[in-house]
Design a binder for this molecule. Structure first.
Ligand code: SF4
Length: 477
């Protein structure tokens, strides 16, 4: 592994200066190539997993564009490919390994193609070992705590004859000042914290993203103000557990205080946040959501399982009763709040009776939407070694049953929105039908409607005419 100076004794200024030098060096060579050949080199980033990763990719994207690369979606057209990986579920890992195999063929056609792999998967020593031995044609491997070193590492990899690897086990200080190339300028992600302290028994994130560190409110507000000045209207504040924001800061500040300060930034019209851990959500936050028009009436509140026994084994630190109480209090304050959740089916030891309790929670809460997952055994987490792993066939059978309860309820809820008028921020053409526009309600429902490009960026009133299972169709009024 590369032996760089640990971040704790390297100043942020010197990191940014070092980056500038390396970015300029790479840009000079990319520009020279363009002058000699008339061809501008292309870079492609493939992002797996959560919004944290998407946001990290926006930072990599900005660095690559500063280096003179043109971005492309197609790996086949690229001179440099970055896989920003996720290891929360086995499926995401398998996709990365599959794509690494595809790039081997591309490298045969273009031996100058550079391949970099980063993100959560790289924080696992067995993955780095696999890359060293089975995928030795990878040029660069770096971890989640090493993103800010990308220009220097890339420069090293461009001149090395073997894989350059830099993966720190532990997080350093929060690095401010990295540029971000935001994919959606109307809407933008803002990290408010990194890492997680919760150690849910099934989750690999605390091992790959490190302990919880909050960004200083001044830095967050400055970033939001800059984005607003550039035309961003909707902000998504990101953290693994936003409700514990600020606990590591001095003076201590809580998430509701931060949210209120973000809402005071001129030009910002809507604020969303995720993820809210039920154990840390405060009444103060719910009251602020209810009283502040800029904060969207949308609450993503992962339940994960409906049985207290399983919640305890998951190390979630709340009971089903406490969860239902939060839902009741949120709805009492905001009758129109949209509530979504995450559910894991087949956690080790989950019995038929436990699973029935998950179905019961679904019936009681009546969610607006839910992300449902089969439990995926992750090496290194406590749950991976628990006895009574649920057989795959049983997990599949349970999730099918769960969807038979969940989907009709979501469908009925969506149908109840017929003739309702929602305030919608117009985001742009619909993904599935570019001839119509799409936007989102405060509650996070996608709405499609006919309209003109000049409406993009406006907040308009839309009456729902045709509700569907996952989206709503309507007309501007
Ligand atoms: S709160 Fe739990 S599930 Fe969420 S990132 Fe932290 S450990 Fe993982």
């Amino acid at each position: 592994m590369s032996n760089r100076v640990p971040i704790s004794i390297q100043s942020v200024e010197s990191i940014l200066e070092e980056n500038d030098v390396k970015i300029r060096e790479i840009k000079a060579s990319v520009d020279q190539y363009f002058e000699e050949t008339g061809y501008r080199k292309r870079a492609c980033i493939k992002t797996y997993g959560c919004q944290m990763n998407e946001h990290d990719s926006e930072k990599l994207d900005a660095m690559l564009m500063d280096m003179g690369y043109v971005m492309t979606e197609k790996m086949e057209d690229a001179d440099l490919i970055v896989f920003n990986t996720c290891c929360v579920r086995e499926n995401a890992e398998l996709k990365v390994y599959g794509n690494l195999g595809r790039v081997k063929n591309l490298k045969k056609k273009n031996p100058n193609l550079i391949l970099a792999v980063c993100g959560c998967m790289m924080q696992q020593p067995h993955v780095v070992e696999a890359i060293k031995h089975k995928y030795a044609y990878v040029d660069l491997v770096f971890g989640t705590h090493n993103l800010h070193h990308f220009p220097g590492l890339l420069s090293e990899a461009m001149h090395a004859d073997k894989t350059v690897i830099e993966v720190w086990d532990t997080e350093g200080q929060v690095i401010e000042g990295l540029q971000v190339n935001r994919k959606k300028s109307l809407k933008g992600f803002v990290n408010i914290m990194y890492g997680c302290n919760n150690f849910c028994a099934y989750c690999i994130v605390p091992y790959t993203r490190g302990r919880e560190r909050s960004r200083r409110p001044e830095d967050i507000l400055e970033e939001v103000a800059t984005m607003a000045a550039e035309g961003t209207k909707e902000i998504m504040l990101l953290g693994q557990n936003v409700n514990s924001y600020g606990k590591t800061l001095k003076p201590v500040i809580d998430f509701a205080d931060l949210l209120e300060r973000v809402s005071e930034v001129e030009g910002i019209e809507r604020i969303r946040f995720m993820t809210s851990h039920p154990k840390d959500i405060s009444q103060k936050l719910l009251e602020l959501m209810a009283s502040n028009d800029k904060i969207c009436k949308s609450l993503h509140l992962p339940i994960q399982a409906g049985s207290n026994r399983i919640l305890k084994n998951m190390n979630r630190h709340y009971t089903r009763e406490q969860y239902l109480d939060i839902v009741d209090r949120a709805r009492a304050l905001m009758p129109d709040v949209g509530i979504s959740t995450d559910i894991i089916v087949g956690f080790p030891g989950e019995t038929e009776a436990d699973f029935e309790e998950t179905l019961d929670i679904i019936r009681r809460v009546n969610y607006d939407s839910a992300f449902t997952y089969l439990y995926s055994r992750r090496t290194g987490t406590p749950a991976a070694t628990l006895p009574d792993q649920v057989p795959e066939a049983e997990k599949h059978a349970r999730i099918d049953r769960l969807l038979k309860v969940l989907n009709p309820m979501i469908n009925a809820r969506m149908k109840s929105y017929k003739d309702t008028v929602f305030e919608v921020l117009v985001e742009g053409p619909s993904k599935n039908n570019p001839a119509i526009l799409m936007g989102r309600t405060s509650q996070s429902h996608t709405v499609n409607f006919p309209g003109e490009a000049s409406w993009i960026g406006e907040t308009i009133q839309v009456k729902i005419t045709r509700p569907k299972l996952f989206s709503l169709y309507g007309e501007r009024i």
